[in-house]
Design a protein around this ligand. Structure first.
Ligand SMILES: Nc1nc2c(ncn2[C@@H]2O[C@H](COP(=O)(O)OP(=O)(O)OP(=O)(O)O)[C@@H](O)[C@H]2O)c(=O)[nH]1
Ligand SMILES: [Mg+2]
Length: 455
């Protein structure tokens, strides 16, 4: 994942890059795309018939030659425009995946006219050639980076155009409103727009956007993972729980209160959700400067967490400090009553407002239930696969929604039709930008340069 300057070179260039992960592998795929892709490759791939005449999309064995010297036997395939990933003429070479070999092949293709591709340039060309809209292009990277089943499904939903279709649907609703408004503007004497129909149409679009926006909290956790903090008083078993969830002895566990002094951060897949777990120092009043700093870091982790696991020692009766904490953070905490193996005090389980789970970090009981609670709380209601996952989409949807609200207000105020129309246009243009139709160059640059080379 190398950062690189913005793509500025001409689309007329033929670009080349290795498409498989760097290093040694059974196969290394080199991809060429652009107007000269076939002629450049044919200088190194003596096929029969020649590459220019080779059937589209058929893998053919040949010996790749540099200065007439064969260096590898490989498979070559030609995918002619527009039926290729980029929409341009594309050649793929499936060579053996060795570092020196791939470097030689790339060098040879560059010396015969190809230019090394910038990060994301193949996908950028696919986008420029209308093969993908911008949400689909973004999903390509999501798909590659997905670490859990759920984030993979969400990426694939977006790649197949699931989000694109929704945004287009909302936009077409807004365009219906615009048609009504245009008619009023063009033929104001003869046409009298039915205000209720117009309002209904705008309301429909607003509602669809609001639904999408509500899904973003979930979608963000699906794509980026959720932050979960383990917190509580000293010695209750937070570090033991961290180790149990990671299935490794990551943190030091002792019977001494105050064992963990710094925060410990680890990533784990919990029941299909990618989670960043933070074990924190036990919270208690102290004069020790190290523990005070530990407490400060604990507070920081707690305040930024999507979900807090408040761990208590269930063998003892509830402490008001824990109950107060849970009350203050009930919307994003789960009460984890630990040390179940020692017997749980009968006063636990009385709070109807707090979700509670009983475990033994020592004996590793109750962990499946805890994992599935964490999953349910992180993913919320609704279908997480169809949630919007990109902040860029959420920000533009908010802009679109605000413009619709201003349009509705203008209607109520009986403002001139031009004003209403202006606001509806504003709301559609935010959707245009999500889809990449009028997206500023710098936004495109920042999206595509975050891709890897060869994608
Ligand atoms: N019986 C029993 N003991 C446990 C369990 N979980 C933890 N302990 C013990 O409780 C003590 C404290 O465990 P830790 O995991 O270090 O607790 P902590 O909350 O991280 O403590 P600090 O880092 O000091 O805040 C250790 O002696 C553990 O062996 C459990 O489920 N059952
Ligand atoms: Mg600890």
């Amino acid at each position: 994942m190398t950062a690189a300057p913005a793509v500025s070179a001409s689309n007329q260039d033929t670009i080349v890059a290795v498409a498989t992960a760097p290093g040694e592998g059974a196969i290394g795929i080199v991809r060429l795309s652009g107007p000269e892709a076939v002629s450049i490759a044919s200088r190194h791939c003596p096929t029969r018939p020649p590459l220019e005449k080779l059937e589209d999309r058929r893998l053919t064995l040949c010996s790749f030659a540099i200065d007439q010297q064969p260096v590898d036997d490989l498979l070559v395939v030609v995918m002619r425009a527009p039926r290729s990933y980029t929409g341009e003429d594309t050649v793929e070479l499936h060579a053996h995946g060795g570092r020196a070999l791939i470097a030689q092949i790339l060098g040879a293709l560059e010396s015969t006219g190809a230019r090394q591709a910038d990060p994301g340039e193949f996908t950028r060309r696919a986008f420029m050639n209308g093969k993908l809209d911008l949400t689909q292009a973004e999903a390509v990277m999501d798909l590659i980076q997905a670490r859990t089943d759920i984030s993979l499904k969400a990426a694939y939903f977006q790649l197949r155009g699931g989000q694109k279709d929704r945004f287009e649907h909302i936009r077409s609703t807004l365009r219906q409103a615009l048609v009504l408004l245009e008619a009023q503007l063009d033929f104001s004497e003869d046409v009298d727009v039915d205000n209720r129909v117009l309002r209904g149409t705008l309301e429909e679009a607003r509602q669809a956007i609001t639904d999408q926006l509500h899904s973003y909290a979930t979608g963000k956790r699906v794509r980026e993972g959720a932050r979960v903090a383990l917190c509580g008083q000293p010695n209750v078993g937070k570090s033991s729980l961290l180790n149990a969830l990671l299935q490794e002895e990551r943190a030091i566990v002792t019977h001494v209160a105050g064992t963990t002094r710094d925060t410990i951060v680890e990533s784990v897949n919990l029941d299909g959700v990618s989670v960043t777990l933070t074990d924190t120092a036990g919270l208690r009043a102290t004069e020790d400067p190290i523990e005070r700093e530990g407490n400060r870091r604990s507070e920081l982790a707690i305040s930024s967490a999507d979900l807090i696991l408040r761990v208590v020692d269930g063998h003892h009766p509830p402490d008001p400090v824990d109950l107060e904490f849970l009350e203050a953070h009930q919307d994003r905490s789960i009460l984890v009553v630990n040390k179940e193996d020692l017997g749980v005090d009968s006063s636990w389980g009385e709070s109807p407002h707090v979700q509670e789970v009983r475990i033994s970090a020592r004996d590793r009981t109750g962990l499946d239930e805890l994992r599935s609670l964490v999953r349910a709380r992180c993913l919320g209601e609704g279908n997480p696969v169809e949630a919007i996952t990109h902040e860029r989409h959420a920000v533009l949807l908010e802009q679109s929604c605000a413009a619709i609200q201003r349009a509705v207000q203008a209607l109520s105020d009986e403002a001139p039709w031009e004003i209403v129309s202006l606001e509806v246009r504003e709301s559609t243009s935010a959707l245009d930008r999500i889809l990449g139709e009028t997206t500023p160059q710098d936004t495109l640059d920042s999206i595509f340069t975050s891709f890897c080379i060869g994608k």
